[in-house]
Design a protein around this ligand. Sequence first.
Ligand code: 2ND
Ligand code: ZN
Length: 366
Amino acid sequence: MSSMNPVPVTPEAIRSAPKVLLHDHLDGGLRPATVIELAEANGYRELPTSDVGELGRWFSEAADSGSLVRYLETFAHTCGVMQSTDALVRVAAECAEDLAADGVVYAEVRYAPELFCENGLSLDTIVEAVQEGFRVGTARALESGRRIRIGTLLCAMRQNARSLEIAELAVRHRDTGVVGFDIAGPEAGFPPTRNLDAFEYLRQQNAHFTIHAGEAFGLPSIWEALQHCGAERLGHGVRIVDDIKVDDDGTVHLGRLASYVRDRRIPLEMCPSSNVQTGAAPSIAEHPIGLLTKLRFRVTVNTDNRLMSGCSMSSEMATLVDQFGYGWADLQWFTINAMKSAFIGFDERLAIINTIIKPGYAALTS
Ligand SMILES: O=c1[nH]cnc2c1ncn2[C@H]1C[C@H](O)[C@@H](CO)O1
Ligand SMILES: [Zn+2]
C-alpha cells in the first residue's frame, strides 16, 4: 500500500528503496570481522591489527591515500585471507547477504580469479566456489525476506598478462552466473589495448565487458577502452569531464568523445567515495557526477569497495542526496540507468524495472 505523502529522503528510507549496483569488488567488500577470522583460520599473519574496529578504520585510512596504486596495496590483506574454497564461499555468501540487507535488488560483483591461486586452486575451482557462495547468500537473504539477484564479472589484472585466459574462463562459466568481464588494477602505464586479444575474443563470443578507464588516467584511456577495445560500459569514467567545457554563463560544450559517450548512452559506473580516496575527484561536492547527471549522461552510482571506503550502496546515495540535494526521482533515475545497463538479458532487466524498481519508488513518493 502506498503512503499519502512522499517519504522524506533519509538514510533509513534510502536503505529500504530498491537499488542496483554494477560496480562492486568482492575482495573490496569483506566484513572486517571476517578478515580477522579467516586470517586466524588460515594462518595469515600480515594483518596490521586483530581488533575489528581498528581494522575497519585501518582499511579506510590506508585506502585514503590520494593514489590508486597505494589504494590497491590494501587488497593484499583481503586477497591474502581468500586463498581457500571455504573462504571464497564464505566471503561471497556474506557479500550477497550484506547487499541484500542494504536493499540492493540486483548487483554485479567482480573479482580477479588469478589473485586466489596462491595455494594452488585452479581458476575454475575459484569461480565455482564464488558462485556457490552467491547461491548460499542469496538463499539466506531470501529466507529473511530479501530477494537479490547477483551477476558475476571476472576481472583480469592489467599488470599481469592473463586477460585472454580470464576472458575464456568467463565465457566457460557464462551459463552459471558469470555475466561479464572487466580489467582492473593500476591504470597509468597499463592501457586497455594491451588486452586486445581478450576483447576481440569476447566480442566474437557475444560476451559483455566493461573496462576500468578514466579513473587514474585521462581521456586517452577512455577513448581506447571504447574505440579500440569495444567496452560497453566504463568503470568510473570520471575523466570524461576533461572533454566538457562550461562557460561562465553556463553554456556547455561537449568534445567529440564526451558527445559520443552521451549520445551512445555509454553507462558510467561512478564510485564517488572511492574516487575521493584515490584522488580521482577532490571531494564529493566537486565530483563530476554532479555535472554529468545534470547533462543526462547514463550515470550510475556504485560502491567500488565497501570495506576500503567504509560505505554501502545506500550510504553512497545518502551522501549524494546530502551534497547535491537529490530526491527520489534522481535516485530512481540512477537505479533505472543501472538496471538498463546490466549485463543480464533484456527481459530480466525489464522485469526488475517494472515489478521491483518502479513500484518500490512509487511507494515512497505517492
Ligand atoms: O577502483 C579501482 N580501480 C582499479 N582497480 C581496482 C579498483 N578497485 C579495486 N581494484 C582492483 C583490486 C582488486 O584486487 C581487483 C579485483 O577485484 O580490482
Ligand atoms: Zn573498481
